[in-house]
Ligand binder design. Structure first.
Ligand code: SF4
Length: 598
């Protein structure tokens, strides 16, 4: 590997002026990655301008002829943002972003078609040569886009999901010479959600029916698998909504899966299509599902395997059963298994480049970050360049502890009413608020009390998606935006006075009923609290950052439940400590907030 020199990083910097945090970050990149070949993990608060640092790092490698180079982010919105900031990068999108040309009279995207089974598609682009299956045919937009990303090189910006599937499963790109992981605190949860599978009775039945029609010998095993799955789920869900599977149940399912030859199943379908025995247009939907099943069978097996402990390791995944007692008119699935990837750190390590730069505004404890994400290396926390006197973090002394075991009768309704009144008091001074709760029930309570108290709240529901509700609020509707942490805890920016006050009701510790919680209890015992507290800290700091996006913004955050006392101060980077107020009543906090924000 060539040396990564500081002057080359500076020369590749995309802007004329460099902020102090960017200069510091570039010198860390050259020292840590350039001289010692270790990964660099940066906690870089909003405003440091970390995207330009990542860009300079990758551009320097590109200038010295290295590749491939990837910049990965959790979602498509962020891909677009990076492209807007640095138009010279190349973006790579997944199938859902490209049209399929197979049926010219239908407007389908490339993820809505059983592509791998349609071997005769004239538009298919050979990934080695760039030629179409039929000479002169229009090129499949998805495959052509991917081919170009491979051959033309440069900096490729894509989602974590795209990177995971093309690097690890289809192995279409070489190991990257340089990798930037943006929003690095989210990589483990993003990968977990990519590697979760649902196996349902209804989808299996449809696949069995279809395969029976083409006399596939795999039908008998698949049917045995379905029957066993239904029996296990029925037995387990008599008394609980969702329950973890026991090791012996997983082994029984694996024994049957092992007998299914998915390659043979696939060949049989391709041959039937070739012979014209299947009307692809009419059967597109079921074919798409069977195609997914053919691919996923191998993954189910491996995922089950990882759900069992071995001599060398604890389980990495977990599987739980769930069912519905009755089916409503629009429901088809009654029994299902969910396989969830849990410990994804070893897998993430496989995805890293020998030169990886990972950053986020919230890393917290680098040891737990390393355990959760597998990304280990030199850690540095950069100072915020925003004026500290324009922000406050309040943890009032006279609000209740809302932990389920601690909360008093009448809570959280009582404290929610106080919050509604606090939001109204701020509104009188032209200060709008973002209110973050944990559960849907709390959201409904807040809406009900707001109606009684005369507060104009914008929220989602009744056909309005969370994104649209946020947009309406940004355009000036309402005095407060309300949502759960899952919807508005991160990823929503409310700068320039859009919501100068943020209220966070309580931390979202996992529910004891959740199979993930049951798994973590079994797996970690009392150590699980360290991990949960780390996640809560990250959540709290992410929520705090929603209203301060540039140096002119002012903003205050109120953490309401006393549960936050354990985590908020500990989570705070040093530079924020002087903005913390933990010894005042809620009224005193509101008073100080008004003075600051006027
Ligand atoms: S290769 Fe053909 S079938 Fe597959 S997505 Fe492209 S156009 Fe559609």
């Amino acid at each position: 590997m060539k040396h990564l020199k500081h002057q080359d990083l500076v020369a590749a910097f995309p802007y004329r002026d460099m902020r102090p945090g960017q200069a510091k970050a570039l010198s860390l990149v050259s020292k840590v990655i350039g001289e010692t070949d270790r990964n660099l993990i940066l906690e870089a608060p909003t405003g440091v301008g970390k995207t330009a640092v990542g860009f300079s790092f990758l551009r320097t490698l590109e200038n010295s002829g290295e590749g491939p180079l990837f910049y990965i982010v959790p979602n498509k919105t962020l891909v677009e943002q990076i492209k807007a900031l640095h138009p010279s990068v190349r973006v790579a999108y997944g199938r859902s972003e490209h049209p399929c040309l197979y049926f010219p009279d239908q407007e389908l995207t490339a993820n809505e078609i059983p592509c791998s089974l349609l071997q005769d598609c004239a538009h298919r682009v050979d990934q080695e040569t760039g030629e179409t299956h039929e000479r002169g045919a229009e090129k499949c937009p998805y495959l052509w886009h991917k081919y170009q990303a491979k051959v033309q090189g440069g900096i490729i910006v894509c989602t974590t999901a795209f990177y995971l599937f093309t690097q690890l499963f289809s192995r279409e790109f070489k190991r990257p010479a340089g990798l930037v992981v943006d929003e690095a605190h989210r990589i483990a949860s993003t990968i977990r959600s990519c590697l979760s599978y649902e196996i349902t009775d209804w989808h299996l039945s449809r696949a069995i029916e279809f395969l029976d029609g083409i006399e596939s010998p795999e039908v008998k095993h698949l049917d045995r698998f379905r029957k066993l799955m239904v029996r296990i789920v029925r037995g387990k869900t008599k008394s609980a909504a969702a329950t973890l599977l026991e090791d012996h149940e997983i082994r029984e399912l694996m024994d049957i899966l092992m007998k299914i030859d998915s390659e043979r199943m696939r060949d049989r379908i391709v041959a039937a299509i070739k012979k014209g025995a299947i009307d692809v247009k009419e059967k597109r939907d079921v074919l798409r599902r069977v195609e997914a099943l053919v691919y996923d069978l191998g993954r189910y097996y491996r995922s089950f395997e990882f759900a069992l402990p071995s001599a060398e390791r604890h389980p990495l995944n977990y599987t739980f059963a769930a069912s519905r007692k009755e089916l409503a008119d629009n429901q088809r699935v009654q029994y299902w298994l969910t396989i969830k990837a849990y410990y994804v750190a070893p897998l993430i390590r496989k995805l890293l480049s020998p030169r990886t730069l990972a950053y986020s505004a919230t890393i917290g404890d680098p040891d737990i970050f390393g355990y959760e994400t597998g990304i280990k290396g030199a850690f540095h926390s950069l100072e915020s360049e925003f004026p500290k006197d324009r922000t406050r973090i309040f943890l009032p002394t006279d609000t209740p502890n809302l932990a389920v075991k601690e909360r008093k009768k009448g809570e959280p309704a009582r404290v929610i009413r106080r919050l509604v009144r606090a939001v109204i008091a701020l509104k009188r001074k032209e200060v709008r608020s973002l209110v973050i709760v944990v559960s849907e029930r709390e959201r409904q309570q807040f809406l009900g009390i707001s109606a009684e108290e005369g507060l104009d709240v914008i929220s989602y529901g009744n056909g309005t998606p969370a994104r649209i509700a946020a947009l309406r609020f940004k355009e000036g509707e309402g005095d407060a935006l309300l949502g759960t942490c899952a919807n508005y805890g991160e990823g929503i920016d409310l700068p320039k006075g859009l919501a100068e006050a943020i209220f966070v009701l309580r931390p979202g510790y996992p529910s004891p009923m959740d199979p993930a919680t049951q798994f973590e209890e079994r797996r970690f015992g009392s150590m699980r609290w360290r991990l949960w507290n780390w996640r809560i800290m990250i959540e709290a700091m992410q929520a705090r950052g929603r209203n301060i996006r540039n140096e002119r913004d002012r903003g205050v955050t109120f953490f309401i439940s006393q549960q936050f006392r354990r985590v908020v101060f500990a989570a705070m980077p040093k530079y924020l400590e002087e903005s913390y107020r933990g010894q005042q009543t809620l009224d005193q906090c509101i008073k100080e907030a008004k003075e600051l924000l006027l």
